[in-house]
Write a protein that binds this ligand. Structure first.
Ligand code: ZN
Ligand code: ZN
Length: 219
């Protein structure tokens, strides 16, 4: 049985409390369950936690350990920002650190404008996010106010390799060595599918599943 005075037990309890994750009962009112419909995440989900603003479906996904990005399959409002943010990072192979190459005049990693729970793509100017937060949001999911940090084994403090990044939602998952899927190149066939998804009543997730079924069966 767990010793309630041990440090690890206390840490566990704190994480559980801070996680504050609960499954949504779709038959009941969102507000009564501490959720609201807010601004979309890069995957077009809109249900968020009322206090910490994390995206319900993203956090559900993060907890399965799934990590990947297909630049052609993100919400239209985000793709321009996503491409620019990736240009500010030295994207290497999945096992390497990906340091920020865009530095400010003090030599610190630049922050970058990106839509989030409090600013949509059209009202974005004043509120800039760290590139770590942006990469985590694109590859893992939108965790609202939750802080993104580097895993202990990562040796570069500016590293933005999503496999080296963590929040309370994937901290206890075994670190992955590979992405479930990765495509950072523009692909007109895929963009066409994205832009026409509403005609077929597809969600972005459906397009990802269709493209990467063998490697993302966990969604
Ligand atoms: Zn989401
Ligand atoms: Zn790293």
């Amino acid at each position: 049985m767990a010793n309630p005075n041990s440090k690890s037990w206390l840490t566990q309890q704190r994480i559980k409390e801070r996680k504050n994750f609960r499954l949504l009962d779709w038959s009941k009112d969102l507000k009564d369950q501490g959720f609201y419909r807010g601004l979309p995440c890069p995957y077009e989900h809109t249900i968020r936690d009322s206090t910490h603003h994390w995206c319900y479906q993203c956090v559900l996904k993060i907890q399965t350990g799934l990590c990947g990005l297909d630049i052609n399959y993100v919400h239209e409002d985000f793709s321009h920002y996503a491409v620019k943010a990736l240009e500010m990072i030295d994207v290497g192979n999945p096992k390497e650190c990906w340091p920020v190459t865009a530095l400010d005049r003090h030599g610190k990693p630049k922050r970058f404008a990106f839509p989030d729970y409090k600013q949509n793509a059209k009202e974005i100017a004043p509120n800039k996010l760290t590139l770590k937060k942006i990469m985590y949001t694109l590859f893992w999911g939108d965790t609202g106010k939750e802080v993104v940090t580097n895993l202990p084994g990562c040796t570069n403090p500016t590293c933005c390799n999503p496999l080296h990044l963590t929040t309370i939602y994937n901290r206890d998952a075994t670190p992955r060595k590979m992405f479930n899927y990765l495509d950072l190149n523009r692909d007109d066939r895929k963009i066409n599918l994205l832009l026409n998804r509403h005609l077929k009543n597809y969600r972005i997730e459906d397009l990802l599943k269709q493209e990467y079924r063998p490697t993302i069966s966990a969604i």
